[in-house]
Design a protein around this ligand. Structure first.
Ligand code: HEC
Length: 143
């Protein structure tokens, strides 16, 4: 799709250049060309993280307490701040989503010691699946 656009654009430019008074046409073509390029970029590059409501609920209930910007749990904060995911670069985001997937698959989060004291903070099977699906969808979308 992108390639055909470029070819069309080139043909348009050639037509315009063959005319005598081509300057206004050229300016118009350049303007249209830049619009096409920006439209193409917008549809292919996804930068923001989507957090559907069910995912938000699980994160709030089971993860955010330790993994937020103001957390007093420095180790947790250093590894992951859910409320700052959006400000990371694409590569960093992918890294974080992979970490999330790994920790969940290994049943490492929330930490065991914490669950001994607060057993109700354990993830249910459904909640775990919601987070895992979210992480893998985001990885696909970012790429
Ligand atoms: C009681 C606090 C606490 C809760 C609740 C918690 N975590 Fe953590 N998390 C930590 C700590 C502490 C670390 C750092 C562990 C380390 O460095 O050994 C961590 C590390 C991580 C990491 C990075 C692992 C790595 O080494 O790359 C991920 C990803 C993560 N947590 C995801 C989650 C998710 C998802 C949840 C919710 C289901 C969650 N955490 C809930 C305390 C918590």
């Amino acid at each position: 799709m992108c390639l055909t656009r470029i070819i069309l654009f080139k043909q348009l430019m050639i037509k315009i250049m063959k005319r005598k008074n081509f300057l206004p046409g050229l300016i118009l073509a350049l303007f249209l060309g830049s619009l096409m390029v920006s439209a193409t970029l917008k549809t292919t590059v996804k930068t923001s993280v989507d957090v559907p409501e069910d995912v938000q609920a699980v994160i709030k209930g089971k993860c955010l307490g330790c993994h937020n910007i103001e957390s007093r749990n420095d180790k947790a904060k250093e590894k992951l701040e859910f409320d700052r995911l959006d400000s990371l670069s694409m590569v960093e985001k992918i890294g974080k989503f992979k970490d999330i997937g790994k920790e969940l698959n290994d049943n490492k989060m929330p930490p065991e010691k914490f669950l001994e004291r607060f057993p109700d903070k354990a993830l249910t099977a459904d909640e775990k699946k919601i987070l895992l699906d979210w992480a893998s969808t985001e990885i696909k979308n970012i790429k």
